[in-house]
Design a protein around this ligand. Sequence first.
Ligand SMILES: Cc1cc2nc3c(=O)[nH]c(=O)nc-3n(C[C@H](O)[C@H](O)[C@H](O)COP(=O)(O)O)c2cc1C
Length: 186
Amino acid sequence: MSGGGIAAAGGKKGRIRSVLVCYASRYGSTREIAGWIADELQGAGVITDCLPAGKEIRPGAYDAAVIGSALYMGKWLAEARELVSRERVPLGRMPVAVFSVGYSLKERTRASLQAGEAALSDIRLYISPLDAAFFPGKVDLERMGPADRAILSLAGIPGGDFCDADLVRAWARTLPSLLGLIQGGE
Ligand SMILES: Cc1cc2nc3c(=O)[nH]c(=O)nc-3n(C[C@H](O)[C@H](O)[C@H](O)COP(=O)(O)O)c2cc1C
């Protein structure tokens, strides 16, 4: 998934482009979705690192970034919001696409996609992504902590795996062109 990494790309000046796929995930479904995205990018010949959002992440070392988070209480997870805020200067100079993962996004209705878009308002304060995707996620009640399980139970949300690999992979295949990662473009 993380291939030869940025070092193998020969830095930003090499002909082979590099992309950071960075995600925030509490129970693993967003990590899995990020892995599918990274897999497609690698398959397209792009040097790809797939890493969890955290303080040590430096997007400026890459040619482009794909950043995503699970939705919790209508927001991206804190580590993804912090990454975008902290790294807004390098992210503002490079092509960026974002994705959100949530239970409600299984509906694909105007209301659910609007809720997904509302969660991005915190992100759009800092960056202007070229595209924003919304993917259904997974509610794994058995793996959840008691507080999260209680919130879902109060909201009447049942468990289920709604992840759609075809939807994610189809979007990921648009990214090399969208993000200017096609080889030989220099
Ligand atoms: C406490 C809690 C709050 C959630 N809030 C939202 C939400 O606001 N919108 C949504 O679409 N999904 C929401 N979800 C569902 C998660 O986004 C979904 O399960 C997602 O796939 C989890 O990703 P992860 O496995 O990467 O942590 C919530 C889940 C929990 C447990």
